[in-house]
Write a protein that binds this ligand. Sequence first.
Ligand code: FE2
Length: 413
Amino acid sequence: MSFDILVKGGLLADGRQADVAIAGGRIAAVEPGITAAAAEVIDARGRLVSAPFVDCHFHMDATLSYGRPRVNASGTLLEGIALWGELKRIQTRDEIVARALDYCRQAVGKGVLAIRSHVDVTDPTFATVEALLEVRARVKGTLDLQLVAFPQDGWFRAAGAEAQVIRALDAGVDIVGGIPHFERTMAEGAASVRAACELAAGRGLMVDLHCDESDDPMSRHIETLAAETVRCGLQGRVAGSHLTSMHSMDNYYVAKLLPLIAEAGVAAIPNPLINITLQGRMDSYPKRRGLTRVPELRAAGVTVAFGQDCVRDPWYPLGSGDMLEVAHMGLHVALMTAPEQMRAAFAMVTEAPARIMGLDFGIEPGRRGSLVVLDAPDPIEALRLRPARLAVISDGRVVARSVPARTEVTAGF
Ligand code: FE2
């Protein structure tokens, strides 16, 4: 028996020490002391060997465009949407492809092997969709890229948006998107949720809506999303992204809402870096934290994953593609500093988003031969240090390596 890759002496996220053998693009064995030969042996002694990082909420058509044509002066969601409208009119398909591929390389270097990206279908030139379909094909084999048909300017609020969603799905975009809180009225928002779920059910697709990305406690489209998920038989195939209004809702209403979300099998995708900077902008003091109720959703049995959402674009000037940075912010804002909560935060950028995206990732025999070796011994130290990704393996192939940065302290004490 000979393997393609043998990762020796690593520590798994649950603390077990095990070698991981990969053959034919799949994990062949996970056990201590594997002695069989391998074409390549990676020394992971004392290092965390993790399932790949997965980002289940991103905007790849806008990434790395920061400052073009100007920066977001107010820092709000609404100015970001207006600024993106300006950029849509001047950016070319080639430019979107180049920026997206640049971002994919950065993300793979950080151990991200799957991304769900929303793509704005209300661009009348359709350049965004065509560009990201090209990017999806070019990164295939290294990075799984799922695309969501996202009517940024509103399913009903933007003329022709519904037809553009259908056009994008016909062109090969994977998932139905929406933005109910941005529609003109609560009623049109609810109608857009119904339309998205019916379209997905008719085509056998998943749904992922930007849902209640607002500080308005009366933005309650998640309630409609849970109900429509059940009515359309979409349990387990629907995600509500952001859900920030839940932060501001009263506790009595949330006590009714959480079981409805759980019963519907709707997943929650908060985006901590973005939520903490875009929300609360109209508050004086105290300023609300713009993050949904993460521990409470988890306690109710809802699958919760953290997304990156934005990197250097009209909405956010920072970001690095490192999901550890996302989880680090998430656990701070959600006050998840108990050891088991920090381990959960690590799982919310690895296992949980893989489950939402339907990916066969995980360090178990038979699963895809994809993993990351980190220069830290366990998930909590990984969150603290955000260390080098020593090796990134995708379907049995090493796709990135990093050398840890070294600091020599010369102070004389
Ligand atoms: Fe988003």
